[in-house]
Design a binder for this molecule. Structure first.
Ligand code: ZN
Length: 427
């Protein structure tokens, strides 16, 4: 029996729809969002021409461009196959109520609501992870290998998997247990307690990501004294941005793709440069990339992102609190008894269009911020090394130089290369 939980079901009046209607809506969402994704990917693939676009003529090597074309075609076919398979599995799973059947099966083991929910999500996690395993293996050791990106060994691959599992069990399991406990103890008012908790959690992860989580997977070493370090420090001093933590990440352990990022706030802030980036770019270009990152700080984008994600989480939890206690949700997934975990899952499916829309809004903000950070780097350092750095990063990573505008609108957190270069040249 779901003691605490069923108490909240009785007086609950949000029973807006019956189970059949909810199931139809869920199936409709899955079919439509899949069609939407496929259409966007297809449009985006077609937008990638075979020849270097006129705007980048002379700036991108034709061979590299042809490789990028191949890379996108291979990845498109691979992505289609993977999503088609998961689509083919998802539909009957929901339509025939197999999740309800799984719930019933697990009730033979325990009826304790928290344990039951942990087992339920645990089974789903393991099954979905095992089915995606061959795909991620193929992607790393065949596709990325073929295009010269892969540096991962099977040993690193399996160790990553293992660490990922442990992290999911400890962190994911812990957070989920806490949520369930709150739901059972507090009923619908769980949402703002959990919001408080998850807010603190997000803040903590933001502060200590490079100290606690990253070292599990990578080695971080302080950038050694020398020309590059003093160039970075000189720039940082010039814009009144004291910077002591400049770290190098051994990204080359897994992939030849390069990157750089900032992490943490206040005293905890660190700039992390991939060793692959240091290898590929000149000192001036590296300082320009760093100036862009400093721009994100100075323009308060990090803080803005944090606040926006807190608001989003609060909104989601509030809606969740209004729907979570509706027994029709479990019923829609094929269960006879209502349970928190089935309701949670049904909610997740129903909420996905809202989260897509919010994701699009976040991307709009993020793209605007990228332009601002670019401008900041150009104003406080220089425009041309940033342009060559972007071009270089883009070409080496075989990114799509001419993505479809609709694909960009929905999926891109950064503006496409051509737009960024144009904005930098306009000044
Ligand atoms: Zn940026």
């Amino acid at each position: 029996m779901l003691r605490g939980f069923s108490l909240y079901l009785l007086p609950f009046t949000y029973q807006l729809m019956n189970a059949t209607t909810i199931l139809s809506i869920i199936l409709g969402i899955i079919v439509l969002s899949q069609l939407f994704d496929w259409t966007l990917s297809w449009l985006n693939l077609r937008a990638h021409g075979k020849n270097v676009p006129p705007e980048l003529e002379g700036q991108i090597d034709a061979d590299k461009y042809a490789r990028s074309y191949d890379y996108h075609h291979v990845n498109f076919r691979f992505g289609m196959l993977q999503s088609l398979l998961s689509f083919v599995v998802m539909l009957p799973l929901l339509a025939f109520g197999w999740l309800g059947w799984l719930d019933e099966l697990l009730r033979n083991v325990t009826e304790q609501p928290v344990l039951l929910a942990l087992m339920f999500f645990g089974v789903l996690f393991v099954v979905s992870d095992l089915t995606s395993l061959p795909f991620s293996w193929y992607h790393t050791f065949v596709i990325e290998e073929k295009f010269g990106f892969n540096k991962t060994t099977p040993k690193i691959f399996w160790l990553d998997k293992l660490k990922g599992y442990l992290l999911t069990i400890v962190v994911g399991g812990g957070v989920l247990s806490f949520l369930l406990w709150l739901v059972i103890t507090l009923g619908p008012s769980f949402w703002w307690w959990f919001w408080l908790f998850i807010g603190g959690f997000i803040l903590l992860v933001n502060l200590f990501y490079t100290s606690w989580i990253l070292p599990l997977f990578n080695k971080l070493t302080p950038l050694e004294d020398g020309h590059l370090r003093s160039a970075i420090e000189d720039y940082a001093k010039g814009v009144d941005f004291p910077l002591t933590n400049i770290m190098v990440l051994d990204g080359s352990k897994r992939s030849a793709k390069a990157n750089a990022f900032f992490s943490g706030i206040g005293k905890q802030k660190k700039v992390v440069l991939y060793d692959t980036l240091i290898e590929q770019q000149s000192e001036q270009e590296l300082v320009a990339v760093l100036a862009h990152e400093v721009g994100h700080y100075k323009k308060k984008h990090i803080l803005q992102g944090l606040i926006l994600s807190l608001i989003q989480t609060g909104l989601m939890l509030f809606i969740l609190s209004r729907l979570l206690f509706s027994p029709a949700l479990s019923e829609a997934l094929g269960a006879e008894l209502s349970s928190i975990h089935l309701n949670l899952l049904a909610f997740g499916l129903l909420y996905s269009p809202i989260s897509t829309v919010l994701g699009i809004l976040m991307n709009i903000v993020s793209r605007k911020n990228e332009f601002e950070a670019d401008r900041y780097a150009a104003d406080t350092y220089a425009s041309s090394p940033l342009q060559t750095a972007l071009l270089q990063l883009h070409t080496e990573n075989l990114s799509n130089a001419t993505p479809h505008p609709l694909y960009v609108f929905v999926n891109y957190s950064h503006p496409p290369l051509v737009q960024r270069l144009r904005a930098l040249q306009k000044r």
